[in-house]
Design a protein around this ligand. Structure first.
Ligand SMILES: CC(=O)SCCNC(=O)CCNC(=O)[C@H](O)C(C)(C)COP(=O)(O)OP(=O)(O)OC[C@H]1O[C@@H](n2cnc3c(N)ncnc32)[C@H](O)[C@@H]1OP(=O)(O)O
Ligand SMILES: O=C([O-])CC(=O)C(=O)O
Length: 376
């Protein structure tokens, strides 16, 4: 059984900040569970839409419930005209995570949550429309086309790939997207989820909670690491070059993105799963560089620092092999994690007290007021 990491120090590490029935991370045994279900089982057997239902409605759907839920999500993919107008104003060189943040916020202006009784419908709308928001902007900004965002592809992952590439995805690619969205869906009190819960604790609206969470996810120490990992592996042409490059980075005490974790000690259970799919995709495209480079990075980091790949590292090569532009990697994380964020918002609302911790004061004591004319 994996031992839980000893947690203490800055960054609220190891401090319990609330309760959740949604997820366990780094506990002994399975390592990651959603409502008690092992992540490996879910990634192998489930549809992402089933996982969203599990997180948001509290149980696995039966066939009829899943079909109805999938149909509902399919029917919510269209973009309001005013949102398209806003997306069209955002420059081509904007970061797609900023587009997601603006898109979510604008949706909150157009389809405001007036009352918490509307929360499930607002959440389903975000799940359905986020792939439309990012691909509409991307294709308009980069290709000058206004795409139709309604599609009859069943899955959210397939919908994203179809809008991005303008054609139906292969079965393999749709499957990998499904697995990826499941792996990224939920992770207890990580930074972006905690952001959403803090916002929810003030009794704010659901779009504000998610907009704030998108901002937290954007950073390279969190969701942004999948893009940063891609930038890293693309620098190397051979495993030998990768080894030399990493040794230099470690000597200079640089952070290696896609490695390490705040909670897991020896491995991130999501890595073995996405790594396996990355290998399948590498074989499909005949890759002889990125996958071997990635594997060498994994070996070197473990050998030198006992640091392991987190969920982000092999996501980089997997997404790349499916022809997804690097800057869209973290928005895919948003398309998935919105299920976890909003499940946490619902949980916070159901048993709320405003989140307001204290701080140890380290500033000066008894400062005497100095009139402005006398200040140095
Ligand atoms: C889906 C996700 O969000 S997963 C996380 C994605 N983020 C990344 O991949 C960014 C790279 N990784 C990191 O920056 C960190 O490992 C974090 C932010 C994930 C966790 O941070 P912490 O909990 O502070 O890490 P931890 O306490 O285990 O660090 C122990 C030591 O290892 C070092 N370390 C941790 N990760 C790395 C890394 N990726 N590269 C180099 N050194 C590292 C730390 O600097 C620290 O050294 P120090 O004691 O000399 O200061
Ligand atoms: O739990 C964390 O700190 C980061 C993480 O892996 C996630 O949010 O998926």
């Amino acid at each position: 059984m994996a031992e839980a990491k000893q947690l203490s120090g800055a960054g609220l590490r190891g401090q319990v900040a609330g309760e959740t029935a949604l997820c366990t991370v780094g506990k002994s045994g399975a390592g990651l569970t959603y409502r008690g279900y092992d992540i490996a089982d879910l990634a192998e057997k489930a549809q992402f839409e089933e996982i969203a239902y599990l997180l948001l409605r509290g149980k696995l759907p039966n066939r009829q419930e899943l079909d109805a839920y999938t149909k509902k999500l399919q029917s919510l993919r269209g973009l309001p005209a005013a949102l398209k107008t806003v997306l069209e104003q955002i420059p081509k060189d904007a970061h797609p995570m900023d587009v997601m943040r603006t898109g979510c916020s604008m949706l909150g202006n157009l389809e405001t949550e007036e009352d918490f009784s509307e929360q499930d419908d607002k959440i389903d709308r975000m799940l359905a429309v986020f792939p439309s928001i990012i691909t509409y902007w991307y294709r308009f900004a980069h290709e000058g086309v206004r795409i139709e965002t309604e599609s009859d592809v069943d899955s959210i992952g397939g919908h994203f790939l179809e809008l991005l590439h303008g054609k139906k995805p292969s079965e393999l690619h749709e499957r990998v997207m499904n697995v990826s969205l499941i792996l990224y869906a939920e992770h207890e009190f990580n930074a972006s989820t905690f952001t959403a819960r803090v916002c929810a604790s003030t009794l704010s609206d659901i779009h504000s909670c998610v907009t704030g969470a998108i901002g937290s996810l954007r950073g390279p120490l969190h969701g942004g690491a999948n893009e940063a990992a891609m930038a890293l592996i693309q620098k190397f042409k051979t495993p030998e070059e990768a080894e030399e490059g990493l040794m230099g980075m470690l000597e200079r005490k640089e952070k290696i993105m896609g490695f390490g974790h705040a909670i897991y000690k020896e491995s991130d259970p999501r890595n073995a799963i996405i790594k396996q799919w990355s290998k399948k995709l590498a074989d499909e495209v005949g890759d002889t560089v990125l996958y071997p480079v990635s594997e060498r990075c994994e070996e070197v980091m473990w050998r030198e620092k006992k640091l392991f790949c987190n969920a982000d590292f092999f996501h980089a090569s997997a997404y790349h092999f499916m022809g997804i532009p690097t800057e869209l990697f973290t928005p895919i994380f948003v398309m998935s994690r919105v299920s976890g964020w909003t499940a946490h918002v619902k949980e916070q609302r159901a048993n709320n007290r405003i989140i307001r911790p204290s701080a140890d004061y380290t500033g000066p004591a008894d400062a005497k007021w100095v009139p402005i004319e006398e200040r140095p």
